[in-house]
Design a protein around this ligand. Structure first.
Ligand code: ATP
Length: 242
């Protein structure tokens, strides 16, 4: 289980962007982090995966625990080896590598080559489209296919917690549905926990068990997906309904 206890995060020592954020991701659950641009969702993911220092950010107060172990002072490599894997925002594929080479990058630290082969097969079972595209150059795949590669690459690391940053961004609705149904299936089959950052509240709540709404670096509301779907504020401000 991941637990974030009251963390504060600042960039460059001065720009304070998280002001006491607490949240939890129980084993096997899909938890979504919702909120407008700039609310602090991506910063929260970076704090978990140990990537803040890349932008001279740091957790200045509070702590992050993974199965009881404090990880907020650990580096990204160590955190990755614990099974916490982030698929980065913006569909970052290695453009000049093939789709399959991109997937294999996700398993680079693993020595069990035959297991890696099995996992490639597993990824192709989830993303059957990628099986046919395996030898294509990733840079020429469509946006949705690249997103599949990014998520498939995270799956190849055998994550215990998979963190996804806006998997629906810029994709056509049918592609979003396809990708989301695969995320749900992966969670159900593998019991992998998922922490999902989304601006598309409707789709995120369609698969999540629990959600947190962030505003200006704080959690302002949290509850089960059903509770949030029926909450008037969520409907009005985030789903465009009143
Ligand atoms: P988005 O959906 O736009 O990515 P977000 O909720 O993920 O939004 P963050 O990217 O975490 O929000 O940004 C939170 C705040 O931190 C914003 O005000 C942003 O300008 C600021 N911020 C993010 N990265 C940095 C950085 N490297 N240096 C300084 N400020 C930053």
């Amino acid at each position: 289980m991941l637990k974030i206890n009251n963390i504060e995060v600042a960039y460059l020592n001065v720009i304070r962007v998280l002001h006491g954020v607490s949240l939890g991701v129980p084993d096997g659950q899909i938890v979504t982090l919702l909120g407008a641009n700039g609310a602090g969702k991506t910063t929260t993911l970076k704090a978990i995966s140990g990537l803040l220092h890349v932008e001279e950010g740091e957790v200045t107060d509070g702590n992050i625990e993974w199965n009881g172990e404090r990880i907020d002072k650990k580096n990204a490599e160590y955190i990755g080896r614990l099974g916490i894997v982030q698929a980065l925002e913006g569909r970052r594929v290695f453009e000049h590598l093939t789709a399959e080479e991109n997937l294999l990058v996700g398993a680079f630290h693993r020595k069990d080559r035959s297991e890696v082969k099995n996992d490639l097969e597993m990824v192709y079972n989830y993303f059957s489209r990628l099986r046919n595209l395996r030898n294509n150059t990733a840079g020429y795949l469509s946006g949705g296919e690249q997103q599949m590669v990014v998520i498939g690459r995270a799956m190849m690391a055998r994550p215990k917690l998979m963190m996804l940053d806006e998997p629906s961004l810029g994709l056509a609705p049918l592609m979003v549905d396809e990708i989301y149904s695969i995320i749900r299936r992966f969670n159900e089959d593998q019991k992998t926990s998922v922490l999902l950052v989304e601006q598309n509240v409707r789709i995120a709540l369609s698969i999540a068990h629990y959600g947190y709404v962030m505003e200006n670096g704080r959690v302002v509301l949290d509850g089960t997906a059903d509770f949030l779907k029926n909450n008037e504020d969520v409907k009005e401000f985030y789903m465009g309904l009143s």
